[in-house]
Every structure is written in C-alpha cells, then in structure tokens.
Design a protein around this ligand. Structure first.
Ligand code: PLP
Length: 282
C-alpha cells in the first residue's frame, strides 16, 4: 500500500506524523473509507460530501477544496496500482502543542491506499454473521464519522471473544447499527432500518439500498425496531462500504430464519443490485 501525509506520498511504515497530532491525542478529527473496484472508486462523490459534512459538524476546516481532495484520491489510487483497494483518509485538527482548545493551525489530511483482503468477507458471505447484542454506549453524534472509535473497536473485540463476528448496538431497547456497518431487517417483504438521525452513521451503502430497493419492488421504511424484532424477522442483513451486504444468521444464540442464499430472498436480490452497480462502474 501507499500513504500520503504532511503533503507528500510516503511508504505506509514511514514515520511521518509527529507525537503532537490532535488525531491521536484527542481523536480530534474525521475520516472516510472508500472501496475501489477495478481501479475505480465507488460512490466517491457521496463519500466526499459526507467527509465535508462530518468536518463541518465539528467545526473543522478542510485544508483544500473537495476537488483537490478528489484529485489526490485519484492520484493515490493510480500510484498504488491495485484493482481492488480500500482508500482511507482522515482529517486531524492539526499538528500542534497539546491543548484542549481548538488551535489556529491548518488541519492535517492523511490517506492510505491498500489492497482489499477479499478473504476477510468470504465467511460472512457464505455462512452469514453471528452477532451479539451490546448496549450502545456511544455519544449522541454518531452521524459524524469521527475518529473516536473506542466503543466500536471494543465491542467488535467483545464479539470476537464470545465467538461471534460482530456486535449490534442497542440504545434504550432500540437497535441502532453495528460496529462498522448499518443494520436492516426484512419483515413481510418490507425492509426496516433505523432512521438517519444522530444515533447512527448515515451509511452510504444504506443509502444505496434505500435509493435502489424499488428496482426489485421492495419498500424501505426508516423506522426504529427493538432487538426482539430481530428474532421475528424474515431476514436480517448488514450494510457497509467494505463488507457490502452480509446476511445475519444468528443473534446471541438464536438462529435467524433468513434464506439468504435463495434467489427470492431480499438479501440476495440486494446483493445482486449492488453487484450490478459495481459492474457498471468498471
Ligand atoms: N455504521 C458505522 C458505525 C460505520 O463505521 C460504518 C462504516 O464504516 C457504517 C455504518 C457503514 O457506512 P458506509 O456504508 O458508508 O460504509
């Protein structure tokens, strides 16, 4: 993979960021992850716009225009030369002597491009994911893609330690999302997913499904549901940039009756829709 930091392309293991960067001292910054298919970034504009919005919400000013950022991303993809890749970039509030108050220094953009480990998602695609339910201990601004991911990494590890694949966050009895994906359930041919408010990240894969489900004659409702509703659902699936659309086959110790491998299942049909959109890109 390759990196970009402090205004130049670097090797991924090159030490380029000083100790006093607010990203790692305070988690003071925002980030994005984009999937590259066949050398082309997927839904790039939507990711750029969300990045801009996340920065704006925390009163963080980009150090360049979105057009320049787009050009940098495209150059990085070309330089890295991978067909299937992940672009990660983040904006820190700057490199400056540690002090809580916002500094008057330029923000700092850094970026990495690495090949995608396709193997990582094979098991989930084939067998579905086992999820645990955990309390959503996150803050009240989950719509901001901030660098503060401690609850997410902690609960992901808790799931792994319990022999599961991932965790579903539950806030006051309501299912919000997972540690790095959104969640939906299907009941009587309708998709339900948590409304895009401050309790979830407004996922771009989630939005893709909301905007395209009508193509397979399916309605999407942004309504909250309890964790109990998962057990009564016909299908449960997750949505994310890297994981794409993955079935959920078990919640805690209870199997979900999803028939995700059958062509008439909504999970399957949505996966096909996404495949088509990716195919049209490349
Ligand atoms: N929810 C959380 C907490 C995430 O971290 C992510 C992505 O990383 C998502 C949802 C899915 O969003 P997207 O589809 O834009 O990748």
């Amino acid at each position: 993979g390759i990196g970009y930091a402090r205004g130049r392309f670097v090797g991924l293991d090159e030490p380029v960021i000083p100790i006093e960067d607010r990203a790692h001292q305070f988690g003071d910054g925002v980030y994005e992850v984009i999937r590259v298919y066949g050398g082309k970034p997927f839904l790039l504009q939507q990711h750029l716009e969300r990045f801009w919005r996340s920065a704006k919400w925390i009163e963080l000013q980009l150090d360049r225009s979105l057009q320049e950022l787009q050009e940098l991303i495209e150059e990085a993809i070309t330089r890295a030369g991978f067909s299937e890749a992940q672009v990660y970039f983040q904006l820190s509030r700057g490199i400056v002597k540690r002090d809580h108050a916002f500094p008057n220094v330029p923000s700092h953009l850094s970026l990495t491009v690495r090949p995608v480990n396709l193997k990582k998602w094979e098991k989930g695609k084939e067998y579905g994911q086992h999820m645990i339910l955990v309390e959503d201990i996150r803050w009240k601004h989950c719509h901001i893609k901030s660098l503060n991911l401690l609850p997410n990494v902690w609960m992901k590890q808790k799931a792994i330690d319990q022999g599961a694949d991932d965790a579903i966050f539950v806030r006051e009895g309501v299912v919000t999302e997972c540690t790095s994906s959104n969640l939906a359930l299907v009941r009587d041919g309708v998709i339900f997913t948590h409304p895009a408010n401050e309790h979830i990240l407004h996922g771009i894969t989630r939005r893709f499904i909301m905007e395209n489900a009508h193509q397979i004659g399916i309605q999407v409702r942004e309504e909250t549901f309890s964790s109990d509703a998962l057990y009564d659902a016909d299908e449960v699936f997750t949505m994310g940039t890297m994981s794409e659309i993955l079935p959920v086959t078990k919640v805690m110790d209870t199997p979900i009756k999803t028939r995700y491998k059958e062509k008439q299942s909504i999970t399957y049909q949505l996966q096909q829709l996404l495949r088509e959109a990716i195919h049209n890109l490349t």
